[in-house]
Design a protein around this ligand. Structure first.
Ligand SMILES: C[S@@+](CC[C@H](N)C(=O)[O-])C[C@H]1O[C@@H](n2cnc3c(N)ncnc32)[C@H](O)[C@@H]1O
Length: 209
């Protein structure tokens, strides 16, 4: 498991390079322009979102439970950050911050990988101030039934090889079920990417009260 997570952390930026160039960087920068106030990013990984955060944030907290990813994140921070963020090892299911203490939560390609998506979204709801926002970019279950069948077939193997990444989550439905209101939603195919992880959603969900 240790060697495995080391390999994932080591290879992540390289494995994602073409997809970042082709679409993800653009989507990240458009989405993260909306970030304000006290911000928490869950599953911050190697820190790919860092260059896209606006300079006017009040506070930036990056949580990443994987030790090897966290080391890469720390390295990146020492070279390219203009304001000092806080780094924590929290899992998204249990964040050690007070209720209603966060204005913006960022989750990019993380709600596919958390162990318990429902518990994670409950936790994010708890943390957000009324009026606060979740900025999300996630790959989700396909629309086409043939692709869904393949996703179901591949999921056990895929999740073992990709840090628990699930292929068949209806993340938009889960966000709404947790009580957040989706006020912006864009669907796009990620490219280049295998068909089973192509369909993505991104947008803004708000805690209205
Ligand atoms: C596919 S990577 C995405 C990394 C980064 N957010 C990005 O946009 O490229 C998934 C990340 O979620 C993290 N992760 C997995 N389970 C998690 C959990 N329960 N809570 C928080 N993060 C988790 C992994 O360690 C990994 O860094």
């Amino acid at each position: 498991m240790g060697v495995y997570s080391w390999l994932l952390a080591k290879g992540y930026d390289l494995a994602m390079y073409k997809t970042e160039q082709r679409c993800l960087q653009k989507w990240r920068s458009e989405l993260l322009l909306r970030a304000t106030g006290e911000l928490l990013e869950i599953g911050a990984g190697t820190g790919v979102n860092l260059p896209h955060y606006p300079a006017h944030l009040k506070r930036l907290t990056l949580s990443e439970p994987d030790r090897h990813m966290r080391l890469k994140l720390q390295k990146k921070l020492s070279t390219e950050q203009q304001y000092p963020p806080r780094i924590a090892a929290w899992s998204a299911e249990q964040i050690e911050l007070p209720d209603r203490s966060v204005d913006t939560i960022v989750s990019t390609l993380v709600l596919c990988s958390v162990n318990d998506q429902q518990q994670t979204l409950k936790e994010l709801y708890r943390l957000l101030r009324p009026g606060g926002q979740l900025l999300f970019l996630e790959h989700v279950i396909a629309r086409d039934p043939d692709t869904v069948r393949w996703q179901k077939r591949c999921e056990p193997f895929w999740s073992c090889c990709s840090g628990n990444c699930r292929l068949t989550r209806d993340t938009a439905g889960a966000i709404e079920a947790a009580g957040l209101q989706i006020e912006r939603l864009t669907e796009d195919d990620m490219s280049p990417a295998p068909t089973i992880i192509k369909r993505t959603i991104r947008g803004v969900a708000r805690k209205t009260s």
